[in-house]
Design a protein around this ligand. Structure first.
Ligand SMILES: C[S@@+](CC[C@H](N)C(=O)[O-])C[C@H]1O[C@@H](n2cnc3c(N)ncnc32)[C@H](O)[C@@H]1O
Length: 396
């Protein structure tokens, strides 16, 4: 590690407001009358609200502008690079651990839920992945993933021998993957990046998510997740919120992102389905005629998350806000930080408004305590019966 890379520093995390350690159990239970009033009020606003939001599926199908060139000219260039560094470190750390423990043999099998345009395929390829299975609701993103793989230079995709792509629907039985995945495939890793907040709409949806994560995950298999940090979101809303003309609570102190809540009362007994609306420039939602179109997402209440994970034999082994993750790994992965974040100088600090956005996110890593033994899984199964919905790409 060079001394110059050690001196590379970002804005001091201590100077930023931090997430409270406590969990997100906030507010009091609303009275029944209050709930009814809120429902009536909500119904009146639904029409208006729909005009200002866009569904995740529609948004991600439309959003193809975010290509490599676009990323380079984005105002949030360093943030994007930083987010990619976090994902690369996660993949690097845990794939190495898997190999050191001699749990995996040769090349990894990876399942990526909400893979989008396949931006992480190359990171997995570098980490020694032989089989990568990507699932998404956006057909347009999957087409782009296919195109990227086909045009990727040989050295970038050299390890990955088999790529599978599958489109899923967000709102039907087909959200359960168990019977839709080819019989012989098991995974050492499940990766779910910047996506789980779209799924926490109800307890059933969360159970489906965990069922999908674990149905083909090996024993000791790892789940890598990046999520929005509900503690930080709620703290921001409570401290700096303003009300818009429709009576929503809005956080808009940063020119690049905005969060909107209907209510700032959260019930302990309702940890799932706590909706908020999110906009992040070039990434989530968009602006039209100076009006923000938000994407609906859901808070992930960490205690309920941990409890549900346990029911699916998953234990949390790492759980850090991005800022703490950076503090933990910045020295060890300083070379990667330089290559990926591309700071203009060693003394450079990430601009405060982008650092604030990094603070909105959290890394969660889980380990599976059940499932097929890793040495027993076939690394490159020859799939004779591939479901119609699955597209297979060889590494030509
Ligand atoms: C913020 S993007 C993240 C993409 C990618 N994981 C990354 O890190 O760049 C969220 C992705 O999740 C996908 N998605 C949303 N809901 C989904 C669902 N129910 N099942 C599968 N994918 C979904 C979207 O289409 C989008 O590609």
């Amino acid at each position: 590690m060079s001394s110059s890379s050690q001196s590379l520093q970002f804005t001091d995390s201590e100077s930023h407001e931090r997430a409270p350690i406590k969990k997100v159990h906030i507010g009091h239970e609303p009275e029944i009358g209050q709930i009814q009033q809120e429902i009536e009020y909500d119904n009146k606003r639904i029409d208006q609200k729909q005009k200002n939001t866009v569904t995740a599926k529609d948004y991600y199908n439309q959003q193809l502008k975010n290509t490599e060139t676009h990323r380079r000219i984005s105002k949030l260039y360093y943030l994007r690079n930083f987010q990619n560094w976090v994902k690369a470190v996660l993949i690097n750390e845990y794939s190495k651990k898997c190999n050191q423990n001699k749990l995996c043999f040769k090349l990894l099998n990876v399942f990526e839920m909400g893979c989008g345009k396949g931006g992480d395929m190359y990171k997995w390829s570098k980490a020694g992945t032989g089989l990568w299975f990507g699932i998404d609701i956006s057909s347009e993103s999957l087409k782009e993933a296919e195109r990227r793989h086909k045009t990727q230079k040989e050295d970038k995709k050299k390890q990955i021998q088999k790529i599978y792509l599958m489109e899923t629907k967000a709102d039907s039985d087909s959200t359960l993957f168990r019977s839709r995945l080819p019989q012989d495939i098991y995974f050492d890793f499940v990766s779910m990046q910047f996506m789980a907040n779209l799924l926490f709409s109800s307890e059933q949806a969360v159970e489906n998510m965990f069922e999908n994560m674990t149905c083909r995950l090996t024993n000791q298999g790892i789940v890598l997740m990046t999520i929005t940090d509900s503690n930080v979101l709620v703290k921001k809303m409570r401290e700096f919120t303003t009300k818009d003309i429709e009576g929503n609570y809005v956080y808009s102190r940063n020119q690049y992102f905005s969060i909107k809540f209907d209510s700032l009362q959260f019930s302990k007994n309702k940890p799932f389905g706590q909706q908020y609306y999110f906009y992040l420039e070039d990434s989530v939602g968009f602006k039209e005629d100076n009006q923000i179109k938000y994407v609906p997402e859901y808070l992930i209440e960490l205690q309920a998350f941990e409890q549900k994970a346990k029911e699916y034999n998953l234990e949390i082994i790492e759980n850090l806000n991005f800022i703490d993750f950076f503090e933990k790994y910045k020295q060890k992965h300083s070379d990667l930080l330089k290559i990926m974040v591309k700071p203009p100088s060693d003394e450079w600090k990430m601009p405060m408004d982008q650092w604030e956005i990094a603070h909105l996110y959290r890394v969660v890593v889980l380990r599976h305590l059940k499932g097929q033994a890793q040495p027993k899984i076939r690394r490159h199964p020859h799939l004779t019966e591939l479901p119609d919905s699955v597209l297979e790409l060889d590494n030509e």
